[in-house]
Ligand binder design. Structure first.
Ligand SMILES: Cc1cc2nc3c(=O)[nH]c(=O)nc-3n(C[C@H](O)[C@H](O)[C@H](O)COP(=O)(O)O)c2cc1C
Length: 215
């Protein structure tokens, strides 16, 4: 195998091994050199008009973790109450966050004003800035996986709560609370599949030819 194809095999391997981590954080501290590399990978993401509209708030204070975890528990209960009884019973068995256990929250935010009023490529699709921020998150997630570090995306929160908690200005959107930390292992199968919540679909079902719906 050539060096180039070995490197791409590594990339596919990382993509396949990446998991959303909730229960597998080991509680060990995260090496600062590793964190710097992972954040560097996130910051290397493509962005509309090269606007780099993201920021990363590193949250280590256990008191802040506690306050956020309590809020997430409330939102979890709100969601659970919306489910029919059989789905609620299944949902009760699923862990949706590892806020305290991970030891580090990386809150990724989106600044719609970054890059000025005429961001190249955003004049017709305002959401392109948001898409860019999600690409930074995916880079972070894959780099962390390559480093043997787990990431879990938490979205059971209200944006106003997280803004207040972290002093995020009104015009800036919190996009994700990422639980980041060393793990004992990564599961082979996603939690939602293992718990019978929802299976994935084959890639062929997502591919269309010439027109949407085209076989
Ligand atoms: C935008 C987004 C929000 C998510 N929010 C949560 C969440 O709040 N809690 C959780 O446990 N997982 C969350 N996840 C993880 C998904 O459940 C997970 O990616 C999916 O089930 C596939 O599993 P895998 O990432 O291990 O392959 C989120 C993922 C994304 C992309």
């Amino acid at each position: 195998m050539s060096a180039a194809s070995a490197a791409s095999a590594d990339l596919y391997d990382v993509i396949a091994r990446r998991r959303d981590v909730r229960a597998e954080f080991s509680g060990a501290p995260l090496d600062t050199g590793v964190l710097d590399r992972v954040l560097g990978a996130a910051h290397a993401a493509p962005s509309v008009g090269n606007s780099q509209p993201w920021d990363f708030v590193l949250v280590r204070d256990p008191a802040t973790h506690d306050r956020f975890q309590e809020h997430v528990a409330t939102e979890r209960a709100t969601y659970a109450a919306s489910l029919p009884a059989d789905r609620r019973a299944r949902f009760e068995r699923i862990k949706v966050e590892g806020i305290r256990e991970s030891g580090l929250g990386v809150v990724v935010t989106y600044d719609p004003d970054r890059g000025g009023p005429q961001v190249l490529g955003r004049h017709a699709i305002d959401d392109a800035g948001l898409y860019s921020t999600c690409l930074a998150i995916q880079n972070l997630w894959l780099a962390a996986t390559a480093e043997g570090v787990g990431v879990g995306w938490v979205s059971f929160y209200r944006e106003e709560f997280l803004r207040d908690l972290l002093g995020i200005p009104e015009r800036i959107r919190p996009i994700a609370w990422l639980c980041v930390g060393p793990t004992t292992h990564l599961e082979d199968v996603p939690d939602l599949v293992r718990h019978g919540w929802r299976r994935g679909r084959p890639v062929a079902e997502a591919v269309h030819h010439e027109k949407f719906g085209g076989k």
